[in-house]
Every structure is written in structure tokens, then in C-alpha cells.
Design a protein around this ligand. Structure first.
Ligand code: G3H
Ligand code: 13P
Ligand code: ZN
Length: 307
């Protein structure tokens, strides 16, 4: 059943678990996520980025998710990191049940103004809006620790932003970043949990954590064994994810961990079966590995059994 994100996330925050939000671009990833949700009895958010829409087409993605949502489980179709207002409007009018307006790289006043506009559009269709305040900086951005602190979410500004825009959930920057290379050093002090706590004390709507992949070593090992060159890939520790959920995070975004599983599965299948040309045989192991990863996330986030 396709539903808006708001009530799911409000309940999750109150009960101290988080709903997993997986990025999908294709049929196999969607099937893996759905198969995990069914077996774990978990609500799930299926999200597509602007890049996913460019790759697969919005109509294809909507059609796939509508079929996937023919179940009693609560499913959300969410636009991830919407920046293009025209595309956001199209998603709202075409059947998405939740959209993100990402104005995190805009000036504060523009972010407020544009978020309010998206909230106004979304209200007409009774769908939910996620917004973002603060900037997620990756190690590839080469910012110092001091600079990184300056781009993180300021708790008072977060409260003002949430109040002014009336968004339904708020993505914050507390030390995570997108992709497989989150920290330069192994012993980097991971998330700024005191900052999250301060935000959560003021902002009562559900908080969203982007860039939350764990970059699991076992999956990385398979990918690297079969030829992937992934250098010092490093993700967020499971214990930090749990601590963030305990402090008010109700939606956790995962893309990289499924990408890694897909890559590992495909590489292994291609390498081990040089005479196979059937795409189904080459993609099946990747789909299974992605299902396993999605299930682990549901357990970790506490969403298993909550559908
Ligand atoms: O937050 C970004 C997601 O991982 C989506 O990435 O824009 O390459 O689809 P993408
Ligand atoms: P990861 O790159 O850590 O999976 O984060 C994904 C994300 O935040 C999508 O919006
Ligand atoms: Zn993100």
C-alpha cells in the first residue's frame, strides 16, 4: 500500500526505530528491497534520486513501485534530493507520496522560500515533504575538521527552519557523507551525536540521516576479490546508527551499501561463469546479496516487525 511518509516517521521517532529508505534505479534493486520488507514485515521507503529518474525514467519507476506496493505493507515512494522545482512538481502530480526539497547548498533564505513552496504544492496532494538544513561534506571535499563543523546543522537554525517551512521531516548534517569514502582515517570520531541530541531537543519532527551506509567489510571483500578497486572505502558504524536512532533519527538513507552488494554480486557471477550470457543468471546473485543487506538494515534500524 502506497502511503505518505509523515505518519510512518512520526510513529518511528516516538517508538525509537527508523524506517529504512533505499535508493533504487532498476527492477532488481526494487525486488530485493521488497523481498526483504516482506520477509522482515518492515515498512519501507523506496526513493529515487534525480539521477535515477534520468536513468530509468520517472514513469517506469512509478509503474514499478506501484506494482511493488500491491501488498499490505506500508510503502512510500519518495523523491530523494529534489533540487529541480519542475521535477519536484512533476513527481507530486504523478504519484510520489513524499518528496525531498534539497536546498542545503542554497542561501538560507532561498532554502526557506523554496521549501515553503514545495510544502504548499505537496499539501494539495496530502503528501509529505522532507527538507534539509546543513551541508553533508565528504572527505573528497577536502574540508578541515573546523570547516566541516561550520557546515553541520546548527540546532537553533534547524528549529527556526522547521517552524518557518512546516516541512514534515528534516535531514541534518552531523558528520555523515554520501558514497563509499566517508572518513579519511580509520579512527575518525564518527558522528557528532551531541549536536544531534541538541537538534532533537528543539526539533520535534522526525529527523533524517543521509549518507548512512556502513560499507560492510564482507561485501567489500567480495567486490575487491573480483577486481573492484575501492581503495580505503569506509562507512558509518552500526553502533553510531543505533545511537542516532535512539536520539530522534526516524528515516535512514541507504544507497551505497546496495550499490556495493550489486557490484560484488555481478562481479562474482561474471568472473565465475565466463560462458554464461543470460542476464538473469548474472543478476540473480546480486539481487540475493542486496536482499540480505536490506534485511540486515531492517534489523539494525528496528523496523523489522513494525509493518
Ligand atoms: O544521495 C545520493 C544518492 O546516493 C543518490 O545518488 O544521485 O547518484 O543517484 P545518485
Ligand atoms: P549512502 O551513500 O551512505 O548510502 O547515502 C545515501 C543517501 O543519503 C541517499 O540520499
Ligand atoms: Zn542523501
Amino acid at each position: 500500500m502506497l502511503i505518505p511518509a509523515k505518519s510512518l516517521l512520526v510513529k518511528a521517532r516516538a517508538k525509537k526505530y527508523a524506517v529504512p529508505a533505499f535508493n533504487i534505479n532498476n527492477l532488481e534493486t526494487l525486488q530485493a528491497v521488497m523481498s526483504a520488507a516482506v520477509s522482515m514485515k518492515s515498512p519501507v521507503i523506496i526513493q529515487t534520486s534525480e539521477g535515477a529518474i534520468e536513468y530509468a525514467g520517472m514513469d517506469y519507476l512509478i509503474a514499478l513501485v506501484r506494482v511493488a506496493a500491491q501488498t499490505k505493507l506500508p510503502i512510500v515512494l519518495h523523491l530523494d534530493h529534489g533540487k529541480d522545482l519542475k521535477l519536484i512538481k512533476r513527481a507530486i502530480d504523478s504519484g510520489y507520496t513524499s518528496v525531498m526539497f534539497d536546498g542545503s547548498s542554497e542561501a538560507y533564505a532561498d532554502n526557506v522560500r523554496n521549501t515553503k513552496l514545495v510544502v504548499k504544492w505537496a499539501r494539495t496532494k496530502k503528501i509529505s515533504v522532507e527538507a534539509e538544513i546543513g551541508v553533508l561534506a565528504g572527505i573528497e571535499d577536502k574540508v578541515s575538521v573546523v570547516e566541516r563543523g561550520a557546515t553541520m546543522t546548527d540546532p537553533k537554525q534547524a528549529l527556526e527552519f522547521a517552524t518557518k517551512t512546516e516541512c514534515d521531516s528534516l535531514a541534518v548534517a552531523i558528520g555523515t557523507s554520501h558514497g563509499a569514502f566517508k572518513f579519511a582515517e580509520k579512527n575518525h570520531p564518527h558522528l557528532d551525536l551531541p549536536r544531534l541530541e541538541a537538534i532533537a531537543q528543539l526539533v520535534k519532527i522526525p529527523i533524517v540521516l543521509h549518507g548512512a551506509s556502513g560499507v560492510r567489510e564482507d561485501v567489500l571483500k567480495i567486490a575487491v576479490h573480483y577486481g573492484a578497486k575501492l581503495g580505503e572505502a569506509r562507512g558509518i558504524l552500526d553502533q553510531d546508527i543505533k545511537a542516532a536512532i535512539f536520539r530522534g533519527v526516524a528515516k535512514v538513507n541507504i544507497d551505497t551499501d546496495l550499490r556495493l552488494a550489486f557490484t560484488a554480486g555481478v562481479r562474482e557471477a561474471v568472473a565465475d561463469s565466463p560462458s554464461v550470457i543470460d542476464p538473469r543468471k548474472l543478476l540473480m546473485p546480486a539481487r540475493l546479496l542486496m536482499t540480505e543487506i536490506a534485511k540486515q538494515k531492517m534489523k539494525l534500524f528496528g523496523s523489522a516487525g513494525k509493518a
